[in-house]
Design a protein around this ligand. Sequence first.
Ligand SMILES: [Zn+2]
Length: 122
Amino acid sequence: MDKISIMEASVRKWQRIIDGKGGDGGVLDCPPCRIFYMVVCFGCPIASYSGKKFCRETPYIPWYHHQVNDHGFMRRKIYCDECVTLATDMRNYMSEIVEHLKAEKASKLNESSQDDPNPPAS
Ligand SMILES: [Zn+2]
């Protein structure tokens, strides 16, 4: 899976949470964590986008704190309107990263075609 597919899987995970069809198991069911967490959180698209490891300074932190402080150590899912707002922020953040990765990929493709000294004759 490339980074874009991984992040798209993350958008789908948060959409399921918003729809009340799923819960958040953190590292265990976070698509990028499953691949990149490995003790040190290395190479995750979220970390390279935010510049912070372990999802610091992302909408995941307010979600996590709200879950623990207001709903206790139950399964992290939608319990109240605040949960919906926070999960929506997280889903939007994941889509923002998907867009960022797509733009990055598109600009790389443009660069390599400009660098080609001998474009194929048509
Ligand atoms: Zn709540």
